[in-house]
Design a protein around this ligand. Structure first.
Ligand SMILES: Cc1cc2nc3c(=O)[nH]c(=O)nc-3n(C[C@H](O)[C@H](O)[C@H](O)COP(=O)(O)OP(=O)(O)OC[C@H]3O[C@@H](n4cnc5c(N)ncnc54)[C@H](O)[C@@H]3O)c2cc1C
Length: 437
């Protein structure tokens, strides 16, 4: 079997290492254009990444810390969100699970040691799918035929288009942010949680790595200018008694997903397939899901020539559902506003309301109502502070009723966020209503 992975960002390296591990006899090509930079942000993960890394490379926390300054992440600490503006955490569940904080640039170097492939530094211009395979067309006119392609070439041009709408792209306009500015600050003594701090123009993230803290301000560029955000960014750092450093990254991002990520031969993965703002750091986890689905498909279907279109459709539906549900859970974080009364928070508090009017989301919003109800009856704050697995099994596990996820999230995540933002105290709001009226 001949497989090509396109892209040298986090998604491309995850895919190339995964194929190396599960298809050791395949002829693997890893192709990316060194003239096109990687996005270079993406520093927090969910537990999916450490589980994947251990399975595919055998690397655990000690080695990752030694080789690239990673830290272990137990969840996220929210500050200033919701009706009560009190801090809360959304801890990974159960507590034996953990994610990582890492430097996106350095982690690909570690994963690269586990890729065995023919490397090609070239720009891919076209992908042509036929029943029996894919033809990759390069800038210089040459071609390469493969059985399968995993395409991780980053955000597609169509994800930005306002009009005319690209029929392949579903824009998730209910997500209220679209731009970030990122600085590097001195390291923090507390590294186990990402900090997510509500600010007037959006929110600030702090990702504590061993050697520095990555700190970004995420906002809506149609409501706030870079200058306005920078002024508040500096004010925030002054409150924190931290000296402002230069801005390292200014990046705009589309909240979008492809209607189909897979056509029977080409699997689109990473930022090329979908992106939802980084609030819950779901992107790398989604990449791992896509790569696992691709593996399963190739194991079950190769060398069949024409794919079963019903099965292709089903695979696309499954991925769409996963990303759309993550986007709903993320949109819900804003439902009770924050300590700031500002144009951003007025718009953000209605994120779920905007989402619930979207044609793609009707069924998913109904499914979410169940999770909201179950979360109401669970002790959110107790779940967030339960750090021992044994105690969790005694005190939390018996209270669970659903045991299935909503996208990446469980009833335990709903309970922590819902009680944390004060959603359940806000007089029986239904999905789509905001606390601000
Ligand atoms: C502000 C911000 C914060 C984020 N934080 C998180 C986070 O905390 N956690 C998380 O999981 N994710 C986060 N993300 C998402 C993160 O960007 C992705 O998880 C990750 O970087 C994957 O990127 P990628 O590999 O898909 O694309 P990229 O990094 O853009 O890589 C694309 C690759 O494709 C190559 N390429 C492009 N076009 C061609 C071509 N025509 N021919 C050949 N090669 C080509 C490029 O050379 C490059 O190597 C964040 C994103 C943003 C914007």
């Amino acid at each position: 079997m001949k497989i090509a992975v396109l892209g040298g960002g986090t998604a491309g390296f995850i895919a190339a290492a995964h194929i190396t591990r599960y298809f050791p006899k395949a002829e693997l090509w890893h192709i990316y254009d060194s003239r096109i930079p990687t996005i270079g942000v993406g520093e927090g993960t969910t537990p999916r990444f450490p589980l994947w890394l251990d399975e595919v490379t055998g690397i655990g926390p000690d080695e990752l810390q030694a080789r690239c300054g990673a830290t272990v992440k137990l969840g996220s600490h929210y500050e200033g969100w919701g009706l009560r503006s009190t801090d809360f955490v959304n801890r990974f569940q159960p507590p034996r699970l953990f994610g990582y904080h890492f430097d996106a640039g350095r982690v690909t170097g570690v994963i690269a040691d586990h890729v065995q492939a023919k490397q090609l530094d070239a720009r891919v211009e076209t992908l042509e799918t036929q029943p029996g395979g894919v033809t990759i067309g390069f800038e210089d006119g040459s071609q390469l035929d493969c059985d399968y392609v995993l395409d991780a070439r980053g955000f597609p041009a169509g994800a930005w288009a306002q009009a005319p709408e690209d029929p392949e792209i579903i824009r998730m306009d209910w997500i209220p942010t679209g731009r970030a500015m990122v600085r590097r600050l001195p390291p923090s003594t507390e590294t186990s949680m990402s900090r997510l701090i509500a600010r007037p123009h959006g929110w600030v993230f702090q990702i504590p790595l061993r050697d520095w803290t990555s700190c970004g301000y995420v906002f809506n560029p149609s409501l706030s200018s870079d200058e306005d955000v920078l002024a508040d960014f500096d004010a925030f750092l002054e409150d924190e008694q931290v000296e402002p450093t230069e801005i390292r990254v200014r990046v705009s991002f589309p909240n979008f997903m492809r209607r189909s990520w897979f056509d029977g031969r080409v699997f689109t993965i990473g930022n090329a397939a979908s992106f939802v703002e980084p609030l819950e750091a779901t992107a790398i986890g989604a990449t791992i899901m896509q790569v696992r689905n691709a593996q399963r498909w190739m194991e079950e279907n190769h060398p069949q020539s024409a794919p079963d279109l019903g099965a292709v459709d089903h695979a696309n539906q499954t991925m769409r559902s996963y990303v759309l549900r993550n986007s709903l859970f993320i949109a819900w974080h804003y439902a009770c506003g924050s300590r700031w009364d500002s144009p951003f928070w007025n718009l953000a508090a209605r994120s779920l309301e905007r989402a619930s009017k979207h044609e793609y989301l009707t069924g998913h919003v109904d499914a979410m109502t169940d999770f909201l109800d179950v979360g109401r009856d669970l002790p959110g704050a107790q779940i967030g502070t339960c750090a021992e697995q044994d105690r969790w099994e005694r005190e939390i596990l018996p209270k669970l009723t659903k045991f299935i996820p909503f996208g990446n999230f469980s009833e335990l995540n709903f309970a922590q966020v819902g009680h944390g933002i004060g959603y359940y105290g806000a007089n029986k709001m239904s999905v789509g209503e905001s606390a601000n009226g």
